[in-house]
Design a protein around this ligand. Structure first.
Ligand SMILES: C[S@@+](CC[C@H](N)C(=O)[O-])C[C@H]1O[C@@H](n2cnc3c(N)ncnc32)[C@H](O)[C@@H]1O
Length: 243
């Protein structure tokens, strides 16, 4: 796998475990998704595609078998995409799916928690159903590093599960999300057990939520984030030093 603008650091204090192994799921992933949620997750990934038409340099993390990346390349003939995923089987499927546009994709087999991003000038970051593989502190650590490698007008699109703060959240969404985590623990070794508080993490890292769409009464969210104009996020290591 090529490493063009991204560098890897050897050790990250926030990556205490192996990433989940999605290799076994690569072939069947889209069918698992289809039988469990039909077209709804796909609708989440496509939610803000229209806003991405003028983007030029994207970083897509944890795109799995690459359905979002393929759509992004198709609708935006000038974009170049750096893709990071910890599963080589998923990356292979992503490259196949990119088809004739694969020349504009640079795949990186890497644990996103250990990414050191040079000042790459990404004007688009996409994480669809990926942040839920991390803890809140890992999301914040990643967001702080991403913030430094993004252009001031960049967009960050996020799709994820959520637990609404009402009876539906408590009685339906929470048990469902817990069951999904158990299933992924069994299938991939994922050690995370609950959703990270990604909104808190992104805000602390210097991002602002500009748009949000909810589906299935708030069980699924699609969000559009931007760097705050005068962000000065305090790094976690600085915080630790101050404490
Ligand atoms: C739940 S799947 C989501 C796939 C796709 N984005 C989607 O919308 O369906 C999570 C993806 O993130 C990748 N992944 C999980 N943890 C990772 C990590 N720490 N670093 C890089 N990729 C990771 C997995 O290999 C997998 O492809």
């Amino acid at each position: 796998m090529r490493s063009a603008t991204l560098e890897l650091i050897q050790h990250d204090q926030f990556a205490s475990s192996q990433p989940a192994n999605f290799n076994r799921l690569a072939r069947v992933y889209r069918w698992l998704e289809w039988f469990s949620f039909g077209p709804i997750l796909s609708q989440c990934r496509r939610a803000f595609l229209g806003e991405m038409k003028n983007r030029r340099t994207a970083l897509v993390i944890g795109d799995g078998d690459g359905r979002f990346t393929a759509q992004l390349l198709k609708q935006n003939p000038h974009i170049v995409v750096e893709v990071v995923d910890a599963s080589d089987a998923m990356l292979r499927r992503l490259m196949q799916r990119a088809g004739l546009n694969a020349g504009r994709v640079h795949p990186h087999l890497a644990d996103a928690r250990q990414l050191h991003l040079a000042s790459c000038g990404f004007d688009l970051v996409a994480t669809h159903f990926f942040l839920d593989c991390l803890t809140t502190i890992e999301v914040e650590s990643l967001a702080i590093r991403l913030r430094r490698s993004m252009t001031p007008d960049a967009l960050w699109v996020v799709s994820d599960f959520a637990i609404p703060d009402n009876w539906y959240g408590r009685l339906i969404a929470k048990p469902l999300v817990t069951a999904l985590y158990l299933a992924f623990r069994f299938m991939t070794g994922l050690t995370i057990r609950k959703l990270p508080r990604h909104r808190d993490a992104l805000q602390r890292a210097g991002f602002i939520l500009t748009r949000q769409q909810k589906r299935v009464w708030g069980l699924l969210v699609s969000e559009l984030w931007r760097p705050t104009p005068v962000a000065n996020p305090i790094s976690l290591s600085q915080k630790a030093e101050a404490d």
